[in-house]
Design a binder for this molecule. Structure first.
Ligand code: ADP
Ligand code: MG
Length: 349
C-alpha cells in the first residue's frame, strides 16, 4: 500500500515556495529572444525599447476580492483608484512617466452596473489625477467575487530608467514619506469589521483614524518625488516602491545589486498617528514599517553627495548605507541592537 504511494511523483504545495519562490520557479526556463526586451522579470516594471534613446515600461498587478480587498470596508470608488495607483507606483519606481493603462475585470453577479460605475469613477479619477489614458482591457464574469487587473504603460529616456540591481557600495539608502500607516489602517478596518459582524447596528467611527485608513484605502503613488529628484538633477542608483514592507523591498535591492546594507531603525520615518495607534494596539511601531507593506512610498539608493542634499528636504529620510555583500544585511534597532535583516511577514512574528 505504502509502496504504491512511494511511486507517485512528489507534489509540491505552492506554499512551500512562497510568492517570490514561485515566480522564480515558473520562469526559470524563460529566455528572451528579442533585442527590444531590455528588462523582463524581476523589477517593478519590464523595460522594452523600440526606438533609440527612449524606452517603454510596463507593469501589471492583480487585485482579488478576499485576498487584496474586503467588500465589507472597501468603498468601490477607492478600489478603482487603488487598482490604478498601485500600478502607477511601479512605473514611478522605474523613474518613468505613466501614459496609458488597460483594465481587466472578472465580475460576479453580486455586482450591479451602479456598483461597477463606482469602481470606474475611481479609475477615472486616478487617470485624471496622474494624466494617464484608459486604452482597453477585458471583461468576464466570475463565479467567486471580483478580480481587477490593471496594466500600466509608461515612457522614459533610456538613460533615466532606474533599476533594482544597480545600488553601489557606499550609497545612502533613502525613503520617502512615512511607513507602517497602511498596515495599521488595515488592522483598524479589520477590527471595525469584527465589531460590525457582531452587531450590525454598530456604526464604525473612523474619524480618529482618518490618516491611517486613508493610507490603506487610497494610496497615493509618489509622482511628486520623481519630479523633485528630476528638478534637483538627482538620479537614484537603484529604486523600488515599498509594496511588501521596507525589509522585503530593501532586500530586493540588496539581492539584485549583490550588496549588503546597514539599516537604522531610528531614522525610519513614522507618522505620529502610526506611533500612537501601534502603541495602543500593542504592536511594535517599527515592525509595522519594516513588515507592513502597502505604503507605496519609494525606497532608493543615492550617491552620498546627493544623499546629503536630500537630507535637508522634507519628505526624504536617509535610513541607512549600502555595504559590501560580504558585510551582510543588518538592522540596527533604536536600542542599538544589531539584527540580521529578514523579510518577515506578520505571521512569523
Ligand atoms: P511588484 O511588487 O513591484 O508589483 P512583484 O513582486 O509582483 O512586483 O513581481 C516581481 C517580478 O515578477 C515582476 O517583474 C513581475 O512582472 C514578475 N512576475 C510576477 N508574477 C509573474 C508571473 N506569474 N509570470 C511571470 N512574471 C511574473
Ligand atoms: Mg513594485
Amino acid at each position: 500500500m505504502s509502496d504504491n504511494n512511494s511511486n507517485q511523483p512528489k507534489l509540491t504545495p505552492v506554499s512551500e515556495l512562497g510568492e517570490f519562490g514561485l515566480i522564480e520557479h515558473l520562469n526559470k526556463n524563460a529566455r528572451n529572444s528579442n533585442a527590444s526586451t531590455l528588462k523582463s522579470i524581476g523589477d517593478d516594471a519590464a523595460v522594452i525599447q523600440y526606438e533609440k534613446d527612449k524606452v517603454t515600461v510596463i507593469s501589471t498587478d492583480l487585485l482579488v476580492e478576499g485576498i487584496h480587498f474586503d467588500m465589507v470596508y472597501t468603498p468601490l470608488k477607492h478600489l478603482g483608484y487603488k487598482a490604478v495607483a498601485v500600478n502607477l507606483s511601479d512605473i514611478y519606481a522605474m523613474n518613468a512617466t505613466p501614459r496609458q493603462i488597460t483594465v481587466s475585470m472578472a465580475v460576479s453577479s453580486r455586482f450591479t452596473v451602479e456598483a461597477l460605475d463606482e469602481i470606474y469613477a475611481g479609475i477615472h479619477t486616478a487617470c485624471n489625477t496622474f494624466d494617464v489614458d484608459l486604452i482597453g482591457g477585458d471583461t468576464s464574469s466570475s463565479r467567486l467575487g471580483l478580480v481587477i487587473s490593471v496594466t500600466a504603460i509608461g515612457e522614459a529616456k533610456a538613460e533615466d530608467v532606474v533599476y533594482r540591481n544597480t545600488a553601489q557600495v557606499g550609497d545612502m539608502i533613502c525613503m520617502t514619506g512615512d511607513l507602517g500607516g497602511a498596515y495599521l489602517g488595515l488592522q483598524i478596518l479589520e477590527r471595525e469589521k469584527q465589531v460590525f459582524l457582531a452587531d450590525s447596528n454598530m456604526k464604525p467611527d473612523l474619524t480618529a483614524s482618518k490618516y491611517l485608513v486613508a493610507r490603506q484605502l487610497k494610496p497615493e503613488p509618489r509622482n511628486d518625488i520623481i519630479e523633485i529628484l528630476r528638478n534637483m538633477k538627482i538620479k537614484p542608483t537603484a529604486m523600488i516602491d515599498i509594496s511588501d514592507g521596507l525589509s522585503s523591498d530593501l532586500l530586493h535591492i540588496c539581492n539584485q545589486s549583490n550588496v549588503g546594507c546597514d539599516l537604522f531603525e531610528e531614522n525610519i520615518k513614522l507618522h505620529p498617528d502610526t506611533l500612537e495607534t501601534a502603541m495602543k494596539m500593542g504592536l511594535p511601531p517599527f515592525t509595522c514599517a519594516l513588515s507592513g507593506g502597502e505604503d507605496y512610498e519609494l525606497l532608493f539608493t543615492v550617491n552620498p553627495k546627493d544623499g546629503e542634499r536630500l537630507r535637508e528636504i522634507q519628505g526624504f529620510s536617509i535610513i541607512g548605507r549600502i555595504t559590501e555583500a560580504t558585510k551582510g544585511r543588518y538592522l540596527y534597532t533604536q536600542k542599538g541592537v544589531k539584527h540580521e535583516l529578514v523579510a518577515q511577514g506578520w505571521k512569523h512574528i
